[in-house]
Design a protein around this ligand. Structure first.
Ligand SMILES: [Zn+2]
Length: 154
């Protein structure tokens, strides 16, 4: 037994759809149109420097008990993960390098004030160093050895 057919149409021929008809909601055609709008939204967010993958946190005010949900930037430093956050991290890192945050050691602390005896020893050492250089410059190796002994003693 066959289904009844309209005259002039073959039984397997689908009804023609006009080209400018919007896709029916919920159909595959409608779903295929959505990723394009999502991509445009991501591009706009990147253009305005907004994080593409925000982290959602719930914040509670301990005094009032009021709770709210806030979005924080992901803070990624990789351009393929989140370009706006990576650009922001790059700017921050450049500023830190300019200000010297990259140093791995702290500058040496200032020395404590020396006593009078320490000042005299430093002065004597400086005089002996000068005498040693003078003797070395004038080719007097016996005096250089004597001054070295005195420096070692000081
Ligand atoms: Zn981000």
């Amino acid at each position: 037994m066959t289904a009844p057919t309209l005259p002039g149409l073959a039984p397997d021929t689908p009804t023609p759809i006009p080209a400018d008809t919007p896709p029916t909601p919920g159909t595959r055609a409608a779903r295929m149109a959505l990723p394009m709008s999502r991509q445009v939204l991501k591009e706009m967010a990147a253009e305005y420097g907004v994080c593409l993958h925000p982290v959602t946190l719930r914040r509670t005010d301990l005094h009032t008990g009021h709770t709210e949900v806030i979005d924080l930037p992901c803070g990624s430093t990789r351009d393929d993960k989140c370009p706006p956050c990576a650009q922001r991290a790059l700017r921050l890192r450049r500023t830190q390098i300019r200000e010297g945050w990259h140093r791995i050691d702290e500058p040496a602390p200032a020395p404590t004030p020396a006593t009078d005896a320490q000042r005299e020893l430093i002065l004597l050492r400086a005089h002996l160093e000068f005498a040693r250089d003078d003797a070395a410059r004038n080719s007097q190796p016996d005096q250089v050895a004597d001054v070295d002994d005195a420096i070692r003693e000081v």
